[in-house]
Design a protein around this ligand. Structure first.
Ligand code: KG4
Ligand code: ZN
Length: 345
């Protein structure tokens, strides 16, 4: 059984996975402590992880009816993320692994988001197209065997991530942090056609799989500035529609172009109701199977990290070295992350 630890941002996540089955998990969030600053404060997040880590491990084990003796391997997010926050998770993971005498695996946070989808509905088909949409990343990936094969980037965002666009526009509209859920909620009572917003990089000459959200954010900001009393619900609905439209249009196109029958949508923004609905509608129309994990597996959690660890263990992957460290800006190339060698000058 793999103990997974996630601490790359403001969630302290612990998960327990065996043979692709989630046995228990616990998530503690320091989100409330960051809300008054309008964004995550790295030092506050790191300190909160220190306090939350051991209780979260205990809670996950209790929920699964297991003890530390049942842990056969430990997996931890080593990047990307906030350096200090990642350090807390890696230190904890090393402590558990070494004291229990079990192997340790360093995991890429985004591979965790992908693996989360396998905890709901079984192993992912090989190959599949994965749309990762979070607060820091927006990528269209071609995924084969997550534990063995390199991950192919079909397209990435050229500037802001989709979640960042939700968060920043929410702030402009005076909605609380985190902005994604707030916009999702406000959009329920809005008319998405009331505000005209662009669909960036969807022209015939544009890269079909690349994303750009900073222009959309600016267009929304200009619209708000031009209003005496901006209609928050309408703006939220229009922004949500623009983001959901671009994301799902490109994701379905990637599947069709590559002849791939399954689209997986993961990451915090996969929790968005319109992204989910439009993905369902467009996949159904194109004859593509859609996999979107349940909400609690979409946002950051420890189960997704344990899920990657479980795949690595079953693939016979080499454990991480004892001097495993964090890599705050790790590119997504493989699910297992052994930090790149430090360049000494
Ligand atoms: O994956 P995640 O939990 O953390 C990162 O790795 O970034 O994603 C967080 C992002 C935030 O930008 C948040 O606003 C967004 O996911 N998000 C949503 C929704 N729930 C979370 N965006 C739109 N609609 C939602 N319902
Ligand atoms: Zn994430």
């Amino acid at each position: 059984m793999v103990l997974g630890i996630e601490s790359s941002c403001d969630e302290t996540g612990v998960g327990l996975v065996r043979d692709g089955v989630l046995l228990g998990q616990a998530v503690a969030s320091s989100m409330d402590e960051h809300a008054r600053y309008g964004g995550v404060v790295p030092e506050i997040a790191a300190r909160a992880h220190v306090h939350a880590m051991a209780p979260a491990v205990r809670e996950a084990l209790d929920r699964a009816g297991l003890t530390l003796e049942d842990v056969g391997a430990v997996a931890v997010t080593t990047g990307p993320g906030l350096a200090g926050a990642l350090q807390v998770g890696v230190a904890a993971a090393k402590g558990y692994a070494f004291s229990l005498g079990v192997p340790l695996y360093g995991v890429h946070h985004l591979a965790g988001h992908v693996a989360a989808a396998a905890l709901d509905g079984g192993p992912l088909p090989d190959p599949c197209v994965v749309l990762i949409v979070s607060g820091g990343h927006t990528s269209l990936l071609l995924v084969r065997d997550l534990a063995r094969d390199p991950i192919v980037h079909l397209g990435d965002t050229l500037d802001d991530a989709a979640g960042e666009c939700f968060d920043k526009v929410a702030r402009i509209l005076g909605l609380p942090y985190p902005g994604g859920p707030a916009i999702d909620h406000a959009a329920r009572d809005g008319d998405p056609t009331a505000v005209r917003l662009p669909r960036p990089l969807t022209g015939p000459q544009d890269d079909p799989y690349a994303f750009s959200f900073s222009g959309l954010k600016t267009a929304a900001a200009r619209w708000v500035e031009a209003q005496r009393e901006p209609h928050v619900q309408n703006a939220a609905a229009a922004l949500q529609e623009a983001i959901a439209d671009v994301l799902t249009r490109k994701a379905v196109r990637a599947c069709v172009d590559h002849g791939i029958g399954t689209l997986v949508v993961v990451g915090g923004v996969a929790a968005n109701s319109r992204v989910r609905a439009l993905a369902e509608q467009r996949c159904a129309a194109a004859g593509i199977a859609l996999r979107v994990p349940p909400l609690r597996l979409c946002t950051d959690n420890g189960a997704m990290v344990a899920a990657v660890g479980d795949l690595l263990v079953r693939a016979g992957a080499e454990p991480a070295p004892a001097d495993l460290s964090v890599d705050p800006s790790a590119p997504l190339e493989f699910a297992a992350l052994t930090p790149r060698p430090l360049v000494r000058t």
